[in-house]
Design a protein around this ligand. Structure first.
Ligand code: EAX
Length: 325
């Protein structure tokens, strides 16, 4: 009897030992609209690697690039519905889901990347992450595209007057559209995966995006002029379906959040690298770059739009961001 119990115990522990490596693995999807070789690609590649490492391989994240699963709006929608677990997106289409995020896309709100990153990592950014929850998302971490600049195929843009009458693709973002209209731009909202072809075929004259996006999307092949307007900071966000996140253990929840933070670190480092060498790179590829834009003129041209933003978002809320140290 004693012997058979010992044997049984041995058999049980053996079968448990054998069962461990075959523990169920859960696979999730994350997508971006830009290329793998980009500031967004390194963000999701790092995130996927870190999730797997921090959960001992129990969770695996499949990565999709170049809008393979749809544009940013579609990916956020899929995460909200739960047909896709995760997405990494700019805040472009986010206001359609989380209106409170609109304030971050106000032009000339942030002095520089250090200011924007401090705001997003501090109490204001954390308060905004929570606003995603009632809409069915767990926002894991802020990341970024960087400061957006104007490109077009028609003329050098030195002053706001040069933008008048240019037909430009914009993100599907109400704040951008209001601002760019105030600058005299003919705005054409469009999902990112369609932009290269639209520029190539002349459906639009131009677009605006940070150097990291311009370079990785090879817009130099279809755009002659670049002006370093830096007119708006473009945040990005790691979003997850809230139901999926809520089912994770406390330790796994932390693993996903920490993995996103690691993704943000490499994302920001890559944006810095692209900003440092991007202009020389794009000049080398034949773009004409205006790098001494008088930003005060663009700020002045946005006076009416800014009055609208102060009314919509509250001057105190905008000042809280502007004055954040
Ligand atoms: O997130 O749509 C855009 O212009 C975005 O900046 C781009 O998809 C990268």
């Amino acid at each position: 009897m004693k012997k058979s119990l010992t044997l049984l115990a041995a058999a049980v522990s053996l079968s448990l030992g054998l069962a461990a490596p075959t523990l169920a693995q859960t696979t999730m999807k994350i997508s971006i609209s830009t290329a793998q070789n980009s500031h967004q690609g390194v963000a999701i590649d790092t995130f996927a690697k870190e999730v797997e490492k921090r959960t001992n391989g129990r969770y695996k994240v499949q990565t999709f690039y170049n809008g393979a699963l749809g544009g940013e709006r579609e990916s956020i929608e899929a995460v909200q519905l739960g047909t896709q677990e995760l997405a990494f997106s700019s805040t472009g289409p986010v206001p359609n889901f989380v209106p409170e995020a609109k304030i971050l896309d106000v032009p000339f709100l942030f002095r520089d990347k250090a200011h924007a990153r401090a705001v997003l990592d501090g109490p204001i950014g954390q308060e905004l992450l929570v606003k995603f929850e009632p809409k069915g998302f767990k926002a894991l971490a802020w990341a970024e595209n960087g400061f957006r600049h104007m490109t077009n195929s028609k003329r050098a843009v030195n002053t706001p007057d040069d933008l008048k009458g240019l037909k430009m693709r914009t993100m599907e973002n109400p704040v951008h559209i209001t601002a760019y209209k105030a600058l005299g731009i003919i705005t054409t909202p469009m999902a990112f995966p369609e932009v290269f072809t639209a520029l190539q075929q002349g459906t639009v004259d131009g677009q605006e995006n940070p150097l990291s996006v311009i370079i990785s999307a090879k817009f130099d092949q279809v755009q002659k002029n670049l002006s370093l307007t830096g007119h708006v900071y473009s945040p990005c966000i790691f979003v997850m379906n809230k139901g999926v996140f809520d089912k994770l253990s406390a330790a796994d929840k932390q693993a996903f959040i920490d993995a996103a933070k690691e993704g943000t670190k490499v994302n920001r480092a890559r944006v810095d690298e692209d900003d440092a060498k991007g202009v020389a790179d794009l000049r080398g590829k034949g773009m004409a770059v205006v790098d001494n834009v008088d930003k005060a003129k663009f700020v002045a041209a946005l006076t009416s739009a800014n009055a609208q933003f102060e009314k919509d978002f509250g001057k105190a809320n905008l000042d809280r961001i502007r004055n954040y140290k």
